[in-house]
Design a protein around this ligand. Structure first.
Ligand code: PEP
Length: 256
């Protein structure tokens, strides 16, 4: 069985409900025929209902960018996985480096969020990646392996097989710098090897591993040609519907 390919857009803290609705209409028109790839749009919480309504009847999935680890209760300002399902989400990004760095999310917190998302039936997109100093001192693989092990610690093999993993070197996010395709492929191989030490190797073979970090229409095809890169998590280049539709089509091998 071939691995699922996934192209996920991460709007970050951008777009109102009305903008999400307009985006959905323009994106679906620009996308044309349904792509073979799984396409996901990860929107701010407040835009999810209108995005979901705008995507109704299409194969494009809705995702959130964060979730809390408890299902309900006295957690002011938080959103549960059950609430995300209720808002129409299929996916949720967990452990994005902006949350780890700006909000101090620990590996332990990420692990609890993964467990909660999976229990509610969401597909987590688990983000892992090293910073520039770690890359330059040759620690990138060790850092990412340690993140993976800590984040996956409370999960069983069946749960792990439902994940999507995104390798996102921190120094490549929103900077215009990308990892070389060879470095990205090498890290995705290392992530798969790490997964194969935790779940049966045949199962690890089926977990989609994405690359993220300044992916654009111009470079997506080169990443997709790598054997262990199964898609992309795309920030800035997902904000314009026509551009992101072109990127999705390019990821599936179209010339433009
Ligand atoms: C991201 O937000 O996950 C990301 C990869 O951003 P960008 O594509 O803008 O680098």
């Amino acid at each position: 069985m071939a691995r699922k390919t996934v192209i996920a857009g991460n709007w970050k803290m951008n777009k109102t409900a009305a903008q999400a609705s307009a985006y959905a209409a323009e994106f679906l028109t620009a996308l044309g025929q349904a792509p073979l790839t799984e396409v996901v749009l990860c929107a701010p919480f407040t835009a999810l209902p209108s995005l979901q309504a705008g995507l109704a009847g299409s194969d494009v999935r809705c995702g959130a960018q964060n979730v809390f680890w408890a299902s309900a209760g006295a957690y002011t300002g938080e959103i549960s996985a059950e609430m995300l399902v209720d808002a129409g989400c299929t996916y949720v990004i967990i452990g994005h480096s902006e949350r780890r760095e700006i909000l101090g999310e620990s590996d332990e917190l990420v692990a609890r969020k993964l467990k909660a998302a999976l229990s509610a039936g969401l597909i987590p997109i688990l983000c892992v990646g090293e910073n520039l100093a770690q890359r330059e001192t040759g620690q990138a693989v060790a850092v990412v392996n340690a993140q993976m092990r800590a984040n996956l610690a409370p999960l069983d093999a069946v749960e792990i097989q439902r994940l999507v993993v995104a390798y996102e070197p921190i120094w490549a996010i929103g900077t215009g710098k990308t990892a070389s395709v060879a470095d990205a492929q090498e890290m995705c191989v290392a992530i798969r090897a790490c997964l194969a030490e935790i779940v049966p190797a045949a199962a690890a073979e089926h977990i989609p591993i994405l690359y993220g970090g300044s992916v654009k229409t111009e470079n997506i095809a080169a990443f997709m040609r790598q054997q262990d890169i199964d898609g992309a998590l795309v920030g800035g280049a997902s904000l314009d519907p026509a551009d992101f539709a072109a990127l999705v089509r390019r990821s599936g091998g179209e010339a433009n």
